[in-house]
Design a protein. Structure first.
Length: 344
């Protein structure tokens, strides 16, 4: 059996030679798959994420169906918050909703920390997956401090992050205390997964594209660096991804990543120039292109694979998550096309 640490995905993340461009998809385990909808029927999201056997099954589904080069651990970015004891729920059609939004320093100080003992079910799920995956690497993941802070401060999803930015600018002591605590929570969650057998980790910062480079460097990067530093001694590649982050890419790499995820708004070769030769890249097919006829989709795949050769290493992915109404058969064809054209 091949060691997942010597897989094309891990090698690409480290900038080492690969046999072909590795490919996986953000949100590959999800509502686009009928088998997912079947096993998730009547099971609330947070319950599903804390049931090791169900986590294992859902994580494995796209590996079996598409033959992707990595499994992404099935979870949600608010799982570690809930595990720590924060009153948060995932409301269908809305997203994460926080019962008591965080607005003051006293609110921050009242937030609990997360210990590894509180997420042993996560470690158990990783152990189950390592037994199923063989040589296929498992990517652990967590939400980044800024995005988690936005949910906690706003009380739920926000388009403009008004309260979040108001705290950031108007109460920096409170902001930094909040993000420092969230960095520890995210770092603990990543470390539990890596120690249990994940071969790489990804830190998702879904909303950080709402910030300027100046504000990112001042208010966010130090905390993302702390979250990623939690696994620095475990020799697992670290992937850092955000949406709308064209101006932040180099700074996100400097936060402690080995791989910088790139969304679909910037050409991959341009992103590689901005990031520089120190980091590998991941991305960056527009998820909406999966609904297009095959010819333009295939052309876009070819362009991205070619552009990825300008980077230290390239992991093919989407520029955001798989949309729920995506035809699973198209994803399988994408995997096949990437393999066909990228053999070294």
């Amino acid at each position: 059996m091949t060691d997942p640490r010597d897989s094309d995905l891990v090698r690409a993340a480290r900038g080492l030679p690969v046999s072909r461009t590795p490919v996986w998809f953000m949100r590959q385990a999800g509502r686009s798959l009928p088998e997912y909808r079947q096993v998730r029927a009547d099971v609330p999201m947070l319950q599903a994420c804390r049931t090791p056997e169900l986590v294992c099954e859902i994580t494995m589904q796209p590996v079996r169906r598409h033959g992707v080069d990595a499994a992404i651990f099935f979870s949600d970015i608010v799982v570690p918050l809930a595990a720590a004891g924060i009153d948060v729920d995932i409301v269908p059609g809305v997203g994460p909703v926080v019962a008591s939004p965080v607005r003051t320093l006293a609110d921050v100080e009242a937030l609990p920390e997360l210990s590894a003992d509180q997420v042993q079910d996560i470690a158990e799920a990783v152990h189950l997956l390592r037994g199923e995956l063989g040589g296929t690497p498992l990517i652990g993941f967590a939400g980044a401090p800024f995005t988690l802070a936005s949910y906690l401060v706003e009380g739920g999803p926000s388009r403009n992050h008004e309260r979040t930015k108001a705290m950031m600018y108007g109460a920096p002591e409170t902001w930094n205390a909040l993000c420092a605590k969230l960095a520890r929570i995210s770092g603990t969650f990543l470390r539990v997964q890596a120690e249990a057998g994940a071969s790489a980790v990804q830190l998702f910062d879904s909303w950080v594209g709402a910030l300027s480079l100046r504000d990112y460097l001042r208010f966010v990067q130090p905390h993302s660096r702390d979250a990623l530093a939690a696994v620095a001694d475990l020799d697992v590649p670290r992937i850092h991804f955000g949406v709308g982050t064209g101006e932040l890419l180099a700074a996100m790499g400097e936060a402690g990543a080995d791989v910088v995820g790139v969304d679909f708004r910037i050409p991959l070769d341009e992103a590689a120039k901005r990031i520089g030769p120190t980091y590998s890249v991941q991305g960056n097919l527009d998820p909406a292109l999966l609904f297009a006829p095959w010819e333009p989709l295939s052309d876009a795949i070819d362009e991205i694979v070619a552009a990825g050769r300008s980077a230290r290493g390239h992991i093919f992915n989407l520029g955001h998550g798989v949309l729920p109404s995506t035809d699973p058969g198209v994803l399988t064809r994408v995997v096949e096309r990437v393999r066909e054209i990228s053999v070294r």
